[in-house]
Design a protein around this ligand. Structure first.
Ligand SMILES: CC(C)(COP(=O)(O)OP(=O)(O)OC[C@H]1O[C@@H](n2cnc3c(N)ncnc32)[C@H](O)[C@@H]1OP(=O)(O)O)[C@@H](O)C(=O)NCCC(=O)NCCS
Length: 177
């Protein structure tokens, strides 16, 4: 189910699984591979352009207003920063690196995820957190920058997913886009 004003800028670079909801106002400019039973809340932005990639495993969620930054200017004075109409030779250098949410990872509202981050299986990012390092599995992180605060039990989630046909949540995703 995709909201009427969701913008997927490059749909030819995006694959979407079964039982996926993408709510109104969300905006995706990157290549993306979205698994099954995924919810992308309202006004989520996934940015970085056509050379950037975003992967969401099964049972992953992004809450309202998250920013997933798969590519960014480097801001080190190597070029100008501005709209796409800047001539290429004058543009800043980019940091572009895939962001991956492994199965059962969740991101709270208004969190920001930086380029190259992997949210390991079952990890959770609290509301308004800034994620600058990859996370450990089944661990909850909060803060700016995000720090681990506690572990998250996994048995019930894995059992329920198995009952839905996802052994260890590990049913392989389709081929990478
Ligand atoms: C991270 C989270 C899961 C922790 O929940 P919790 O274990 O019930 O935590 P508590 O409310 O008991 O708070 C524990 C401590 O962490 C702090 N804290 C909780 N969430 C925080 C956050 N996102 N950022 C910074 N600090 C946070 C609390 O202030 C509290 O601090 P204290 O011990 O000094 O008083 C939850 O706070 C959160 O952010 N959930 C995401 C909500 C959301 O965005 N949902 C989207 C719709 S589903």
């Amino acid at each position: 189910m995709i909201g009427s004003n969701v913008e997927i800028r490059r749909p030819h670079l995006v694959s979407i699984g079964s039982h996926v909801a993408i709510d109104n106002g969300s905006y995706i400019t990157t290549a993306a591979q979205i698994g099954d039973y995924v919810h992308i809340g309202p006004y989520v932005t996934v940015i970085g352009g056509p050379n950037a990639k975003f992967i969401m495993g099964h049972f992953t969620n992004l809450a309202a207003g998250c920013r997933v930054v798969c590519g960014s200017d480097r801001f080190m004075g190597e070029g100008l920063i501005g709209p796409a109409s800047l001539p290429d030779e004058y543009k800043d250098k980019m940091k572009v690196a895939p962001i991956v949410l492994e199965s059962f990872a969740n991101v709270g509202t208004n969190a920001v995820i930086m380029p190259g981050i992997t949210l390991a299986e079952g990890s959770v990012v609290g509301a308004c957190s800034l994620v600058t390092k990859s996370t450990e599995p089944w661990t909850i992180y909060i803060g700016v920058p995000a720090r681990a605060v506690k572990k998250r039990p996994r048995a019930t989630m894995l059992r329920y997913a198995a009952e839905l046909g996802y052994l260890n949540g590990a049913t392989p995703l389709r081929s990478p886009c």
